[in-house]
Design a protein around this ligand. Structure first.
Ligand SMILES: [Zn+2]
Length: 401
């Protein structure tokens, strides 16, 4: 089937545009009228044999149907209503689960190219294990979003009990005030999941038998930790080679990033070293902020927290689906009240023990999320072309496990 997620329009008699937005729209030309009518038949109800038969009935030349299908597939415009492998088949059997995820599936079809890939990616999310450290206004909402997007296991950790100011729509509910924060957040995760989650608790004995995290999101409630993440708290993540993403709100600024690929991209240590280079008194300030008496309720605008949670979850999903989101080696920051998003690079620092500076990989991080080039803006006669950037198979980035 032609991907139904892309709206179709004729730019002229011979040129079809698939999609509306510059990010994902493609034009296909030349397409004659007969072929144009044939496109209508590519709706997922006919297999190749039946399509050839229909083509014959429409007096299309021999081999034309296969050529059209091949050309659409090469352009990334074709999906396969039965493709995606065994995990995808298993998900198709769970109709209620799949119905919940249909918009997400359609969205995945826009960023994947091979037929069946969208379903393959969606099904792959069910096998993933993601950690969330921190269950405040950002962390709990973010954990729910990941769970609702089909991530199979979202493990939230935090300490203490739910305070009234932790409550957020989509996050910790008012009924949970006074409950243990980690338990309340786990209930949020379970409630958001379109599927029954696997039974596993953090107190499971034989912890070593539990697979590692594909990604850990560090979403501290403490605003100093958001502004200046302590490299010491990420030591185990660095040592185990676990990719991790920082997110949070500090004063009136929301932060998403960096996504750290240990040993490959700038980490919390690199960030600290780079800031100290630019401002020699930085460590002195950080020491004061960390030792200062904690305000009981740090500022955290509810809508800003929601925006950070949503964007961080989107970056996390992009990574888990095998892409390279823009937070890789960068902090995205947005400040009240103008709310312009801007990226600040977090470069690998030669003095940081993480070793990323020696790798020189930073230059290879694609700026467009490592995906297709758009055809929009090119002449309508241009044949479809895509940037041939091989996708990293979903969930495969791990230095160990
Ligand atoms: Zn580093």
């Amino acid at each position: 089937m032609v991907k139904p997620a892309l709206k179709r329009g004729w730019r002229d008699l011979n040129t079809v545009q698939f999609g509306m937005t510059p990010a994902h729209a493609l034009t296909l030309a030349p397409v004659d009228t007969a072929t144009g009518s044939f496109l209508e038949l590519l709706n997922g109800t006919r297999g190749p044999a039946l399509l050839r038969e229909e083509g014959h009935r429409m007096d299309l030349p021999d081999g034309h149907v296969d050529r059209v299908v091949e050309r659409l597939a090469r352009a990334g415009l074709l999906d396969d209503s039965r493709g995606g492998g065994p995990a995808a088949d298993a998900l198709r059997e769970k109709k209620e689960v799949l119905d919940r995820l249909r918009p997400d599936l359609a969205s995945l079809s826009l960023t994947t190219s091979a037929p069946g890939d969208a379903m393959r990616h969606l099904a792959a999310r069910r096998a993933l294990r993601v950690g969330v450290r921190g269950a405040g206004r950002v962390g709990a909402v973010l954990a729910g979003l990941l769970s609702g997007s089909g991530v199979g296991e979202v493990d939230v950790r935090d300490s203490g009990r739910v305070e009234p100011w932790d409550v957020a729509p989509g996050g910790l509910p008012p009924e949970s005030i006074g409950d243990r924060r980690d338990e309340a957040a786990r209930r949020v995760v379970r409630r958001a999941s379109p599927d029954r989650p696997p039974r596993r608790s953090p107190t499971t004995p034989h912890e070593e038998a539990v697979p590692g995290f594909s990604l850990v999101i560090v979403a501290p409630r403490d605003d100093v930790a958001v502004h200046t993440p302590d490299p010491a708290t990420a030591e185990s993540l660095m040592a185990s080679g676990t990719p991790h993403l920082y997110a949070g709100v500090v004063e009136g600024t929301g932060v998403v990033g960096p996504l750290v690929l240990p040993g490959e991209t700038g980490c919390a240590g690199c960030l600290h070293a780079g800031r100290t280079d630019r401002d020699p008194v930085w460590p002195r300030l950080v020491a004061q902020w960390r030792s200062g008496r904690r305000r009981q309720v740090p500022p955290c605008d509810l809508t800003l927290a929601a925006a950070v949670a949503g964007l961080a979850a989107a970056h996390a999903l992009a990574f888990l689906d095998g892409r390279t989101p823009a937070s890789t080696g960068a902090r995205w920051e947005v400040s009240l009240p103008a709310l312009h998003w801007r990226a600040r690079p977090v470069r690998a620092h030669p003095a940081c023990p993480c070793g990323a500076a020696g790798k020189g990989k930073q230059e290879h991080i694609p700026e467009d999320g490592g995906w297709r080039a758009t055809m929009a803006g090119q002449g309508p006669s241009a044949e479809v072309r895509q940037e041939a950037e091989p996708a990293r198979p979903a969930g495969t980035w791990r230095a160990h496990v």
